[in-house]
Design a protein around this ligand. Structure first.
Ligand code: PLP
Length: 382
């Protein structure tokens, strides 16, 4: 029995050829391919400006810096997210304040954000968790009059839509990931998109040590350029090797989303009617790319989440615990008691089923059979 992975990137000969071309060109660090990738990504995501960086984590860090968030500021974040969402405010000396989530979408809402606001809240980071679009409209209606910056962590969201537009387009600034666990991959990599030219320019400057002369310009000049460092910057650059791969991957996005949505619909159909098992679905306000297809198990389903994971593992099916909760991590156990009942419910009772572009229907049937047989086994036992 072959093993079924939870996720596999969809890569082919085109990516290999594109990276080989970049190597042959002699320009392997940030250069013309990064610029081309930024332009193509901005077009695809309906963004005015795109700035490529080394990861979504560094994108989130830069987003907070260009938005002017720092010491003594509070930033509302969901605890129900990958740890990077909470780490980013910590990097700039701000305090992450956790908001709970809606049980249907796994995302923060205007109500849960409102409950987490303090006098010092200057920004909110919303997440399109697992690819499910966050309901931005009401959150902007809450935050805009208060001057609170809305940052969208769209790490999982490439190809998801919110009210007919790509996710990210309604935020002040959005951050994207190209880690292999997401739909598009460059190995590691990230992107910032924003409508604000000044923020995009500053992010470009900061990702390159805040150097007054860009590496590309320096390379062009024969005379040694007189660069200066106008503030404390970072090395958060993407390489042209990564961008070459990203350009090919971006061209695959529509196919990847279509296939994932097809497989997700097939899962929902096959797993419907199992008492106590709930599948993630599109919200009313948009469409998901199903970056993570998660299910929640609760009584009368007789297996716990961990019991079901073990049952799947015994059948060579590699599922994963659902989204983590940052407030339970040792790094954040100093934030004091918090009440996040929905976050805790979902983080304890959800698991992510295998779903990837090349997954065959035969593979998917094996997963479905295993989930169904687990329910039946327990019913007999009880
Ligand atoms: C994966 C992920 C990140 C981190 O992305 P990297 O590119 O690995 O830094 C941040 N936020 C969310 C919601 C993620 O899922």
């Amino acid at each position: 029995m072959s093993r079924i992975n939870v996720m596999q990137p969809w890569l082919g000969e085109e990516e290999i050829a594109a990276v080989a071309d970049a190597i042959r060109s002699g320009w392997v660090a940030q250069g013309p391919r990064v610029l081309e990738f930024e332009r193509a990504f901005a077009r695809r995501m309906d963004a005015q400006h795109a700035v490529a960086v080394s990861s979504c984590t560094t994108a989130l860090h830069l987003a907070l810096v260009v938005a002017g968030i720092g010491n003594h500021d509070d930033v509302v974040v969901p605890s129900f997210s990958f740890i990077a969402t909470t780490n980013a405010p910590t990097y700039v000396g701000a305090r992450p304040v956790f908001a709970d989530i809606d049980p249907e979408t796994g995302n923060v809402t205007a109500d849960t954000v409102k409950a987490a606001l303090t006098e010092r809240t200057r920004a909110v980071i919303v997440v399109d968790q697992g690819g499910v679009p966050c309901d931005l409209g009401p959150i902007r209606a809450l935050c805009d009059p208060l001057g609170i910056v809305v940052i969208e962590d769209a790490a999982c969201g490439a190809g998801s839509t919110y009210r007919g537009a790509p996710v990210g387009a309604r935020a002040d600034i959005a951050c994207w990931s190209f880690h292999p666990r997401k739909l598009l991959t460059t190995g590691e990599g990230g992107m910032i998109t924003t409508a604000r030219a000044a923020w995009a320019d500053r992010a470009r400057h900061l990702r390159e040590h805040a150097m007054s002369v860009s590496a590309a310009d320096r390379h062009q000049s024969v005379l040694p350029p007189a660069e200066e460092y106008t503030e404390v910057g970072f090395n958060y650059r993407m390489t042209d090797l990564q961008a070459a791969m990203g350009l090919v991957q971006l061209g695959r996005l529509d196919d990847i989303v279509a296939r994932r949505r097809e497989l997700a619909a097939r899962y929902r159909e096959a797993l419907s009617g199992i008492p106590g098992l709930r599948c993630i679905d599109d919200p009313d306000h948009g469409t998901s790319n199903f970056q993570s297809f998660w299910v929640e198990v609760a009584p009368p389903y007789r297996l716990t989440r961990d019991g079901l994971l073990a049952h799947l593992a015994a059948r060579e099916i590699s599922a994963r615990r659902g989204i983590m909760a940052a407030h339970r991590q040792p790094a954040y156990d100093t934030t004091g008691p918090v009440s996040l009942p929905v976050t805790e419910r979902l983080t304890d009772n959800t698991l992510i089923l295998p779903l990837f572009h090349q997954m065959t229907e035969h593979d998917q049937d094996r997963v479905v059979d295993a989930v169904r047989s687990a329910a039946a086994l327990e019913e007999k036992r009880s």
